[in-house]
Design a protein around this ligand. Sequence first.
Ligand SMILES: Nc1ncnc2c1ncn2[C@@H]1O[C@H](COP(=O)(O)OP(=O)(O)OP(=O)(O)O)[C@@H](O)[C@H]1O
Length: 357
Amino acid sequence: MGELTVTKEIILGALSTVQEPDLKKDLVTLNMIKDIELGIGEVRFTVVLTTPACPLKEKIRKDCEDAIHKIVHPDLKIIINMTAEVTSLASQDPLIPGVKNVIAVASGKGGVGKSTVTANLAIALKNAGAKVGILDADISGPSIPVMFGAEDMQPLVQEVNGKNRIQPINQYGIKMISMGFLAPTESPVPWRGPMMTQALRQFFGDTHWEDLDYLLIDLPPGTSDIHLSLVQLIKVTGAVIVTTPQKVALSDAQKGLQFFKQAGINVPILGLIENMAYFTPAELPDNKYYLFGKDGGKELAKKYFIPFLGEVPLVQAIREAGDEGKPIAAQEVPVAKAFQEIASTLAQRIAIVNSNL
Ligand SMILES: Nc1ncnc2c1ncn2[C@@H]1O[C@H](COP(=O)(O)OP(=O)(O)OP(=O)(O)O)[C@@H](O)[C@H]1O
C-alpha cells in the first residue's frame, strides 16, 4: 500500500462520515467505535450497536467498510467486530438497578393476545442476544406461567447482600415472575387495589433480577390500578400496545394508548402491534383471510402518529404453542420470524427513545 501511513485518527475521521440510520448521528459522535487496532495493510475495530437485535447491523458494517475504502485506502483490509450494548434511559431506576429498560405491554380489550405477544417478543429478543425478563403484572389473572410451561414451578427465596430476595424462574432463558408462581390459581384470591400495588412493588424491588436489557411487563387488559401503580413505581422506558383489527378492540386500544400519553404519565409509545391480523390455514400458508377486518391497527397507528411495529397472523400453531407451554418463537417454525422482525423493530425504537430523539 505504498507510502500510506494510516493512523487511528484517520480511521476515526472516515468513520465519522458514517451515520447510524436511526439515531441520525455519526458512529464516532455516538461513541460506537471501540478498540481500533492497526496492522500491516489492515485495520480492526469494534462497532458497539445499541441492541443485539439491530436490523441494520449489516448495513452499518457495509457503510463502515465503504467509508474506509473510499476515504482511507481502497485496499485496506477491514475486520469489524459487531457487538452490542443495550442503551438505557439516562437514569436507571434505583428499585431495579441492573435493569436497563422497562417495557409495558398493554392492550385495551382482553383476549387480544397481549400475553402471547409478550412471551414471544421476550424469546425473540433473547434469541437476538439480549438479557430479558418478564414481570407478569396481571396479578389476578396471570397467564405467563402456563405459556412457559412453568405453572408448577416455585421461585426460591435466597439471601442476597443480607436481604431476602425472590429468585425469578428461568425458563427458555427468560427470567420471570408471576403471581401464578406464588398463589394457587384454582382458588382466585379477591385482590384489592392496594394489595395489587404491594405485590407489584415486591415483583420489582424484592426480586433478584440482576442485569437485564429488557424487562417486559405483561399488564392486565384495560387500564387498571396496576397501570397507575406501574408508572408511579418505576421509570418505564416505553409502552407497546397490542390490538386485533376489529373495531371493538381498536377503540379499547385507543384508550390504552391515551392512558400512557396523558399529562403527568407521559410514557413514550414505542409502537403498536396488530395481532391476529389475518388467518392463515396451515395447509394454505400463502392464503390470508382478514377475518377481523384489514389494517385496523395500521390505521390506528397512523391516526395517533405512533410507529406500527408489525403484524402477527392468527395461526393455530401460536395458540397450541401457548397452551403447550413453549411459545412459538422458541420453536423452529416460519411464523416465529414474524416475532423476530417485530422484536428487532421494537429494539430499534427503544434505542431511539433512549437517545432522546
Ligand atoms: N396470533 C395468534 N394466533 C392464534 N392464537 C392466538 C394468537 N394470539 C393469541 N392467541 C390465543 O388467544 C388466546 C388469548 O391470548 P392471550 O392470553 O395472549 O391474550 P391476552 O390479551 O393476554 O388476554 P388477557 O385478557 O388474559 O390479558 C390464547 O389462547 C392464545 O393462545
